[in-house]
Design a protein around this ligand. Structure first.
Ligand code: NDP
Length: 293
């Protein structure tokens, strides 16, 4: 229903942003946080503070959780399980797909609907046009709350299996975090040659488009060849990229940098070459990933 009351449990930067987005759209929002004074800001903006998790859960059907991880949900709601029947829990906390599956069963055991969400933007972007949230779980449950949840960010529904949203979240962050480490490694490389971080990052960031270009290389639909098990060699073979990976390790060693990151990359190409795949396209390194090292 329009302007239905919503409970938000967890008032880190994310929970506070979500509370403000819902208040701004006219929803009554009741909040609970372990550290009560963290609610001061959103109370000033119109939220109501619950004195216990039970009190928050009981304000309405929709209960949004924004906590450090899934264990905290059990810590917080462990004493409120008697109030969960008929509610919809939307857990927007980060954790593993396995833990989200367990949580969906736990919620079902208490007769609550459960949606898993992965928020793909930093807290200040919640409620803006560029916010995106991955969801998995029962489609009709998302449909029922779509209007309200869309106030946080555009919902991207991935499917019924509870772990999906969390897997997508972790996959995107895997790209993000390795790219961030790559950027800091490269900034350190350039620092050894006398460039400051400002100069290094302006150069390096303008180069990141090259990642899309090489992944698309010659394909209308990126990934189509990979899905067909094809790794056509030209123009970026495993051997060519492997030689580049060797040079990154050597260059990093020559200026005394930590080698963990470039050596990990080098090993992907090295193992594909050892498997006789040097002439294949660089995408062949996916076999190394799938083999669990
Ligand atoms: P935090 O990770 O700082 O979340 C902390 C929240 O969890 C606080 O409400 C904290 O309460 C509560 N908490 C932690 N441990 C316990 C406990 N044992 N018992 C009760 N409450 C506990 O906040 P964020 O808002 O940054 O993140 C929330 C979720 O959103 C995380 O899973 C994060 O990965 C995800 N996320 C965050 C983004 C961001 O920009 N911040 C971006 C994308 C996703 P207290 O205040 O009392 O410590």
């Amino acid at each position: 229903p329009e302007n239905a009351p919503v409970a938000i449990i967890g008032l880190g930067p994310m929970g506070q942003s979500m509370t403000r987005a819902l208040l701004a759209a006219g929803h009554p929002v009741t909040v609970w946080n372990r550290t009560a004074r963290r609610a001061d800001g959103v109370i000033a903006d119109g939220a109501t503070l619950a004195s216990t998790p039970v009190e928050a859960v009981e304000v309405g059907e929709l209960v949004i959780l924004s906590l450090t991880d899934y264990q905290v949900m059990y810590d917080v709601l462990g004493g409120a399980t008697g109030s969960l029947a008929g509610r919809t829990l939307v857990n927007l906390s980060s954790d593993t797909p396995d833990r989200t599956r367990e949580a969906a069963s736990w919620a079902a055991g208490h007769c609550a609907d459960f949606l898993v969400g992965g928020v793909m933007v930093p807290a200040p972007m919640i409620g803006t046009g560029s916010a995106r949230v991955h969801y998995s779980g029962p489609r009709e449950v998302l449909a029922r709350h779509q209007r309200t949840l869309a106030l946080l960010g555009e919902p991207n529904y991935l499917g019924e299996a509870p772990g999906l949203a969390q897997m997508m979240y972790q996959a995107e962050l895997a790209v993000f975090l390795t790219a961030l480490s790559g950027l800091m490694h490269a900034t350190a490389m350039l620092g050894s040659a006398g460039l400051n971080a400002k100069e290094a990052l302006s150069e390096l960031l303008s180069f990141t488009d090259a990642i899309g270009a090489i992944v698309r290389a010659g394909e209308d639909v990126p990934g189509a060849a990979l899905d067909a098990g094809a790794h056509p060699g030209e123009p970026s073979t495993v051997t060519m990229m492997g030689a580049t990976a060797d040079h990154i390790v050597e260059t990093s060693a020559s200026v005394g940098l930590d080698l963990a990151l470039p050596r990990a990359v080098q090993s992907h190409y090295g193992r594909a070459i050892d498997a006789g795949r040097g002439g294949d396209n660089w995408t062949r390194i996916i076999d190394v990933m799938r083999r669990r090292g």
